[in-house]
Write a protein that binds this ligand. Sequence first.
Ligand code: SAH
Length: 398
Amino acid sequence: MTTQIFLRRGKEESLLRRHPWIFSGAIASVKSDTAEIAEGDVVDVYTQAGDFIARGHYQIGSIAVRVLTFDREEIDQAWWNRRIAIACDVRRTLGLSTAADTDCYRLVHGEGDSLPGLVIDIYGSVAVIQCHSVGMYRSRMAIAEALREAFGDRLTAIYDKSSQTVPYKAGLNAVDGYLFGHSDSKSHIVTENGLKFKVNWEEGQKTGFFLDQRENRALLRRYAAGRTVLNTFCYTGGFSVGAMAGGALEVCSVDSSERAVQLADENMRLNFGDQVRHEAVAADAVEYLKHIGDRYDLIILDPPAFAKHHKVLGNALQGYKRINARALSSIKSGGILFTFSCSQAVSKELFRTTVFSAAAIAGRNVRILHQLTQPADHPINIYHPEGEYLKGLVLYVE
Ligand code: SAH
């Protein structure tokens, strides 16, 4: 018998609206044949009245169950194959899996693809899996099998990079490694909108590359001609390469990680040769922004999530306000600011209000030209609005 979880009265409401999380406080009791329920087990969830409502992965923590299905279907290999096939179909529909000038995209975006706790990024013929839940981690071989079923020969390697993302407390001792095949991540080059990037999934941050900025980098390209560009929090230099491709005069890339600015520089050379007008600076961007004078007329602010959860929201908003006020004060007249927040806890409205406060501090006339978000391969499950995490504004500063 599958372990049964019974909810407190009324706690099924969000599930009836197909929200995929069950919080630990909603659970009244657990009925199991086996001695004890284990993290990562597939469990069935029932209302207090005993009606079946969902099936999902159990985990200790504030989110106790991540829903896999609202039907009584078996979570077997065929189920994983179906879910991955649907994710593939979405990317095919988007034209991403067959694009001539882009060979990297997100194949599975957690709740957005009805696979809570799972991220899969595709880099050419390599898939990189990141499991954020114990259930997904325990299912990784089935997931790898489903990927091989869907891609066939087009996949030469599957790398599991879950050691930093599975809950530490679960004591899984996860070790990163290949679940299938092998590929040299040190020399791997992907193409995004015709531009080349080195992606090292074994050693890089997250799965190796921030795919969620693809469309925003393409937009930046349209604004870059003749501009002097500052790309802060540059990581592997996605925006720097985009700016240069758009005809920037020169680009300065700043990141606190020495390795990141090296990579940004390598990517600039890879696309534009050794004579490229690029300065790579390893520094704290918040400090760096204090001393930029009025050199730049295109600035990018793409910091890491300042607010990892709601408790630190106040500090995070101060952080966003500070960097935006600095950039808006310094930018040349007629300058363009691309500013982002990837904090899930900061809503679109809150981000906009924060940038509005920053503009008021800078005392400049500011127009909003574009309101940006994540691309369609990072879809938002309509029942899980929390999945909308990336927000951006493009501003014209008089
Ligand atoms: N814009 C990038 C992604 C940015 S990720 C892209 O398009 O790929 C955020 C980056 O901020 C990381 O590379 C991290 O090393 C860097 N970072 C974090 N704190 C920083 C700080 N205080 N100053 C400068 N960089 C920082």
